[in-house]
Design a protein around this ligand. Structure first.
Ligand code: 7PJ
Length: 279
């Protein structure tokens, strides 16, 4: 592991993972770095990253594939052409760990070569070749639970006992990682809020976060601006910041170590209050 990947696995304090979507079509911030070209505008991306760092981000999560419900898949070439220049630009400019939100083997390998510090996979390395690419990278991995694929995942998702099923799924992926040569010390788990889950599913899962934390791995939660926040509040995506921060704070109180967020400054303030109160 690189020094950055190593420091990334220190969870003495909770961490803020800032979402940087370099997609033309993500649900809350898609297209913001596109100025009419096929590639994201790197100077816009770098100034956004600079802002995120000054607001308190500990890592930057770069995503080149939209996984919002109903999103169409992108080709590996397209994804690579969105993500790689951004990883290279951030790594050469800032001393911050970069995580890459991808399921695609070539994106995993090339991002690692370009200096990424972590692989964040919403498909938990289930794509053919992904486990091998992640193992060869030597980087920490975040394994997330998703039921089905983004195109159909919100069509009537069903579970028996959701917590039991998600724990079993994640532990099976941990075992697959170990077989592939990714040690448990490099694994982060994520229940995957909103990925093939109704509001009731998301809330049961949230209540069982301590149980997931009890498995002994650092847990990451992505709740920011998601439709569960919107449904509870009856608010559109641009009005979900306070609800997202509230969810984030409650998640950290339940043992979550990494919050994947869009609103870095507000999240950082909330975590500072928590820390002050806890002493
Ligand atoms: C998540 C993610 C999440 C992890 C996205 C969105 C959709 N990666 N990538 N966990 N969500 N690990 O931001 O709403 O919850 S993309």
């Amino acid at each position: 592991m690189t020094d950055l990947a190593h420091s990334l696995m220190d969870f003495s304090l909770p961490k803020i993972m800032a979402v940087l979507n370099v997609t033309p079509d993500s649900f809350s911030d898609g297209g913001r770095f596109y100025t009419g070209n096929l590639q994201p505008d790197l100077s816009l991306v770098l100034s956004r990253v600079e802002g995120m760092l000054s607001e308190g981000a500990h890592l930057i999560d770069i995503g080149g594939e939209s996984t919002r419900p109903g999103a169409e898949p992108v080709s590996p070439e397209e994804e690579l052409s969105r993500v790689l220049p951004v990883v290279e630009a951030i790594v050469s400019r800032f001393d911050v760990p970069v995580s890459v939100d991808t399921s695609t083997p070539v994106v995993i390998s090339e991002s690692a070569r370009a200096g990424a510090a972590m692989i964040n996979d919403v498909r938990a390395l289930r794509r053919p070749g992904a486990l091998g690419a992640a193992a060869a990278s030597g980087l920490p991995v975040c394994l997330m639970h998703m039921l089905g694929e983004p195109q159909q995942m919100q069509r009537n998702p069903e579970y028996g006992d959701i917590t039991t099923e998600i724990k079993a799924f994640l532990l099976e992926r941990v075992a697959a990682c170990e077989v592939a040569g990714i040690p448990r010390s490099r694994v982060i788990l994520d229940p995957g809020f909103g990925f093939g889950k109704t509001l009731q599913h998301n809330l049961s899962l949230f209540r069982s976060l301590p149980e997931l934390v009890g498995l002994g791995f650092p847990v990451l939660a992505g709740l920011s601006r998601k439709s569960l926040v919107g449904t509870i509040l009856d608010k559109p995506v641009e009005d979900r910041m306070v609800g997202s921060v509230a969810f984030g704070l409650l998640a950290v109180q339940r043992g979550v170590k990494i919050l994947r967020v869009h609103d870095v400054s507000a999240t950082a303030d909330a975590l500072k209050i928590l820390r002050a109160v806890e002493g």
